[in-house]
Design a protein around this ligand. Structure first.
Ligand code: HSE
Length: 440
């Protein structure tokens, strides 16, 4: 049987997971694809560092060039993360004409087009199934499974850390800081946690999903992002009372047909915590699990669910890319799976200010006559309708929460109205606002 030599850069959580998965299922993979993948070397930061699965010392080196530049190495995995060394590793391998398999969404988000161009220049491919939602084969689904569909909407719970924190806050009525601290102690959240909880990890993944779904590279700075820091148990509680659950969503949505002009598809691409109906399947995705809901114009609604991170789930995606890469090498396919085939329609990412949605607003106001009227007047002048109001009974003169559900309105108009409301003397804390996604 044909053998291809694999050079691995990165032997930590994901890298050792891939090493282990190849020991476990290498023969199965070989039987299925007719090629045996042989690990030749693994470059690691430190030989002694603890890793979830052991890698025998004879495979290890701390010099990644020894792996990538080894003439016997025919395939390379980049599983180190970050955008500095990882970029050098990927570029060096591609320049040598070696296919690279990466799980690095931050690298793709920052340098995707340049790296794909480099792969093309050198007649090879860059594979990245593991970069989005770990074990869920969502990139393959978008690229191959839905090749005959226009993706009209995609909603993703793509960050396990945020979903874990929000699930626990909802179940335990605990505040964000407490749950975050515990999640860090239990190893469910990174330290520092910013990349996850401020939404940037989800932004990188949503950018990749949007680009694959629409055949145009969508840079990260076109993707509006808000994280989960502002969410309080009170918000989760009132949302539940209104029939909603709060989830951090990556959203890629084709806006209404009437907004099409000059052959462009107007797209919303954003990441923010949103209220989703509690009886929707996405609301039931709990803990560290990820899910991606995809609506195609032919297929209708579909849902992909699974572990979005972790050594084994991510290794599963790397194995799938290794199989593709090995087949491409054997068949001499330079561009069997071009990264981003330009779609037939041009795409225009609509600024978030122009996107129309319903809103949930929580204000902290003094309970006194005329307060509601003053707030309603600001929304009224901005032509924003109020759909419902909840104010738990308090004592006159006390600060109380005031919850408003707003009818559909452009995002910018809601933002400006809330800026004005924040300046009213009776409003005692910055307004909190989350958008409502009905997912219909
Ligand atoms: N930190 C990510 C998450 C996993 O919490 O989902 C890696 O992308």
């Amino acid at each position: 049987m044909e053998v291809l030599n694999l050079g691995m850069v990165g032997g930590g959580t994901v890298g050792s997971g891939v090493f282990h998965a190849l020991q476990q299922n290498g023969a199965l993979l070989a039987a299925r694809i007719g090629i045996r993948i042989h690990v030749r070397k693994v470059a690691v930061k430190s030989v002694e560092e603890p890793r979830p699965y052991p890698i025998p010392r004879r495979f290890l080196t701390t010099n990644w060039r020894e792996v990538v530049e080894d003439p016997q190495v025919q395939l390379v995995t980049e599983l180190v993360g970050g955008t500095t060394v990882a970029r050098e590793v990927v570029e060096t391998a591609l320049r040598l004409g070696k296919p690279v398999i990466t799980a690095n969404k931050a690298l793709l988000s920052a340098h995707g087009p340049a790296l794909f161009a480099e792969a093309e220049r050198h007649g090879t491919n860059l594979y990245f199934e593991a970069s989005v939602c770990g074990g869920i084969p969502i990139l393959k689904a978008l690229r191959e499974g839905f090749v005959g569909n226009r993706v009209t909407a995609l909603y993703g719970i793509v960050n396990g850390t945020c979903n874990y924190i929000l699930t626990r806050m909802t179940q335990e009525r605990a505040d964000f800081q407490t749950v975050l601290r515990e999640a860090q102690q239990e190893g469910y959240a990174e330290t520092p946690p910013d990349l996850d909880i401020d939404g940037h990890d989800a932004q990188h993944k949503t950018g990749i999903l949007a680009s694959l779904a629409h055949g145009h590279w969508i840079p990260a700075d076109y993707i509006a992002v808000e994280g989960i820091r502002a969410i309080t148990p009170l918000d989760l509680q009132f949302a539940a009372q209104l029939g909603y659950t709060i989830k951090l969503l990556g959203i890629v949505k084709q806006l209404k047909e009437r907004a099409r002009h000059q052959g462009e598809v107007p797209l919303q691409v954003s990441v923010y915590p949103a209220l989703v109906p509690s009886d929707h399947v996405l609301a039931r995705v709990q803990g560290v699990y990820n899910a991606v809901f995809v609506r195609g114009d032919v297929v209708g609604d579909t849902l992909f669910y699974g572990r979005g991170a972790g050594k084994d789930a991510t290794a599963s995606a790397v194995l799938s890319d290794l199989a593709d890469a090995a087949l491409d090498v054997r068949l001499g396919t330079r561009r069997r799976r071009p990264a981003f085939v330009k779609g037939p329609d041009a795409v225009r990412v609509v600024p978030l200010d122009d996107v129309v949605s319903r809103s949930f607003v929580r204000l902290s106001v003094i309970d006194q006559p005329g307060v509601l009227a003053r707030i309603a007047a600001v929304f009224g002048r901005a032509r924003i309708g109020i759909a419902s109001v909840i104010q738990p009974e308090g004592h006159t003169g006390e600060v109380v929460p005031l919850i408003l559900m707003l009818h559909e309105a452009p995002d910018g108009a809601v933002r400006k109205a809330l800026d004005r409301i924040a300046r009213l003397p009776v409003v005692k804390a910055p307004p909190v606002r989350f958008r409502v996604e009905s997912l219909t």
